[in-house]
Design a binder for this molecule. Structure first.
Ligand code: NAP
Length: 310
């Protein structure tokens, strides 16, 4: 019997209980799934950072802690977590992010806002958007989410440059890394998508200097994490016209405070951290697959590098 502890808020349990039991059965795993196991009996922990478990030290027989979220910045520094940690890589999460990023990129690309707010009977038909092939896009972060978003945008014809910590070779897009690579990636980019994790190395990565590299009037889409952007620098760039608009899903403080200038800025769209979410049906399969690997003595998938912070 494999004892699996589920540690998340009650509505999440209601969402996951049936898909998890189904996925365990489909994987041939004899799992006892509960929210109430005695800590010393637990073999695996399914975990959300805002759930009840904060201290992992009593879980002395836990082989793996599996996050339900892709972002792990609130847990990597937890000194009580000595067990391996897997972050969530879920097809449903990835698909949702692709749809969000493509939607907001296309909204900017096609200049939809001008038409949405301009239903005044005026017939301005002399402004055509460029074709996607003439609108360079840069995606910062080429992980599970960034690569999928980059490939989707490349599939629509955008010239896509991606930037990551390690060097990559992804057919269909230009891949860069390192400081020089970041400068090259941002120079003349017309749409920038941030899908980096929040780590000490990525905080404020989009600062005034780097915003100045973008094509004038560029569009910023941030579904990564709020601290990736220097907010003061972005607001200045929006006011000067260097940045033409921004769709922001994540913020240093969430919910975004009512008096934050992003709410009232005419060229900022605030979305309330809804870019994507883990989907219970597909995530349950990922969790079952990782437990099956552990039980078979195989290496776990999607392990977090605690030193790198993601
Ligand atoms: P991931 O698979 O861990 O990918 C992270 C990417 O960022 C990798 O390509 C990595 O490079 C790169 N990277 C990390 N540190 C870097 C650095 N210092 N310099 C350059 N590149 C760096 O993560 P993911 O699953 O794609 O998720 C990305 C982030 O999206 C999450 O961390 C989370 O914050 C955010 N997210 C937001 C939502 C939402 O609803 N808004 C939902 C899910 C996730 P390597 O490939 O070389 O390792």
């Amino acid at each position: 019997m494999i004892r699996v502890l589920f540690s998340a808020r009650p509505p999440v349990w209601a969402e996951y209980e049936v898909p998890l039991r189904r996925a365990f059965a489909a994987a041939g795993l004899d799992c006892d799934l509960s929210r109430d196991h005695a800590p010393a009996d637990v073999n695996y922990i399914v975990f959300a950072p805002n759930g009840p478990v904060k201290d992992f030290s009593p879980y002395v027989h836990a082989r793996l802690v599996m996050g339900l979220w892709a972002g792990v910045e609130t847990i990597v520094g937890n000194a009580t977590l000595t067990q391996p940690l897997a972050r969530m890589v879920d097809d449903g999460l990835t698909r949702g992010m692709v749809e969000y990023v493509v939607g907001h990129a296309m909204r900017h690309h096609l200049g939809m806002d001008a038409h949405l707010s301009g239903q005044d009977g005026a017939w301005h038909n002399d402004v055509y958007p460029p074709l996607a092939k003439d609108r360079p896009v840069t995606v910062l972060g080429l992980g599970a989410l960034g690569e999928a978003c980059g490939l989707a945008l490349a599939g629509l014809g955008f010239p896509v440059t991606g930037w990551s910590r390690s060097t990559k070779d992804i057919p269909g897009m230009r891949c860069l890394s390192g400081d020089d690579g970041l400068r090259t990636a941002l120079t003349d980019a017309q749409i920038v998508v941030l899908l980096l994790p929040q780590t000490p190395a990525t905080v404020d990565i989009l600062n005034a200097d780097r915003l100045s590299l973008l094509a004038r009037g560029a569009f910023v889409i941030n579904p990564g994490r709020g601290p990736l952007i220097d907010d003061t620098a972005l607001l200045a760039a929006l006011d000067s016209g260097q940045v033409g608009g921004a769709t922001l899903d994540v913020f240093r403080i969430e919910p975004l405070p009512q008096d934050h200038p992003y709410w009232s800025h005419p060229r900022v769209t605030v979305t309330p951290h809804i870019a994507s979410t883990t989907r219970a049906d597909t995530a349950a399969e990922v969790i079952a697959a990782n437990i099956a690997r552990g039980e078979a003595g195989q290496p776990f998938l999607h392990l977090v590098d605690r030193d790198a912070g993601y």
